[in-house]
Design a protein around this ligand. Structure first.
Ligand code: XMP
Length: 326
């Protein structure tokens, strides 16, 4: 039986010194476990998979094969950042899979939220499996499992594992972060030289922008959502709100509303802004954002994003509303 309990004597990793000690210990353990063999990792660019990648690059270099699947539901610039950081800065063995059309074709016309999630999850496994089969002899599968995933204390439905891979791909699991809490993962990530923007990024659902482009996803609404979301993030950064608000994003619903543009009536989409503060995502409150920031975001979205005529700020706490819209 694998031990899944954090050792009671393990100190909370809160300082660079403790992070360095953890890294050294893990690098030795990973080298001993992996030897000269190869390890596969699904690298989304999220905090946990990025830190696992950086740790394994330090331990076994190019024996690690990272697969980044761009499912078309990433935020603006995210896939590019994965390529820049891992391929160019860390010289990792990175396979980039452009699966955008595949995912969006599969999702076309599907409006039911759980069905959308299922399609995204299943397609991800299929794409990852195809990539795994193209590679010669891989013995290990690395995963960014962290301690809350094991103790299942949080409602943050992070999908860290690539569970669901076919039986014949029997990899041995490598889970070097499995006893760490999120804050510790971040300290380790900084010490491994990952950019702060990657290490301190806010939670982002596994199915990505797919759950924020409400109803049946269309390419034009997805594009509007990605652009609006980028504006929200940029303005939060500029105004020092990124560290103060736990999670914030844009949502584009699947209905239109009337507007006026260039003196003519327009029938365009609304963009809903969502920002929440929470400790454990079980309950959440809505911060009082500075009015001028809301105004700037609104003005920028209305002038820079095609097809949008209205911006709303969702004031609903959880409960009764959930953080995501679907
Ligand atoms: P809700 O909407 O349930 O969200 O209040 C609580 C937290 O979980 C995140 N979330 C998800 N994360 N896959 C994920 O990996 C999902 O399907 C998913 N749905 C919600 C959400 O962003 C929030 O942080």
């Amino acid at each position: 039986m694998e031990n899944n309990k954090r050792p009671e004597t393990m100190a909370r990793i809160q300082t660079p010194e403790l992070a360095r000690a953890f890294i050294e210990e893990q690098v030795n353990a990973l080298r001993a476990q992996i030897g000269g063999k190869k390890v596969l990792l699904a690298l989304s660019g999220g905090v946990d998979s990025s830190v696992v990648a950086a740790l394994l690059i330090r331990a076994v270099g190019k024996q690690l094969v990272c697969v980044h699947v761009n499912h078309g539901l990433m935020r603006k610039g995210e896939s590019e950042q994965v390529i820049e950081v891992f391929r160019h800065q860390m010289d990792a063995n990175l396979i980039y899979v452009d699966a955008v059309d595949r995912f969006l074709d599969k999702l076309a016309g599907v409006a039911e939220p759980e069905q959308k999630r299922k399609i995204i999850g299943a397609e991800f496994i299929r794409v990852f499996e195809e990539e795994a089969r193209k590679l010669d002899q891989i013995d290990f599968l690395a995963q960014g499992t962290i301690y809350p995933d094991i103790i299942e204390s949080g409602p943050v439905k992070a999908h860290h594992n690539v569970g669901g891979l076919p039986e014949d791909l029997h990899f041995q699991l490598v889970e070097p972060l499995k006893f760490l809490f999120k804050d510790e993962v971040r300290v380790v990530g900084m010490e491994l030289g990952l950019p702060a923007g990657m290490v301190y990024r806010q939670p982002f659902p596994g199915p990505g922008l797919g759950v924020r482009c409400l109803g049946a996803i269309t390419r034009d609404r997805l594009h509007a959502l990605r652009e609006a979301d980028a504006i929200v993030r940029e303005e939060f950064d500029k105004n020092g709100l990124t560290q103060k608000v736990w999670q914030f994003f844009a949502v584009v619903p699947d209905f239109r509303s009337t507007g006026v543009k260039d003196g003519k009536r327009a029938y365009d989409w609304p963009v809903i802004l969502r920002a929440v503060n929470t400790v454990d995502a079980m309950t959440a409150t809505v911060p009082q954002l500075p009015w001028d920031v809301l105004e700037t975001i609104t003005r920028r979205i209305l002038s820079e994003v095609d097809g949008v005529c209205r911006v709303l700020y969702d004031l609903s706490p959880k409960p009764t509303a959930t953080i995501e819209w679907e």
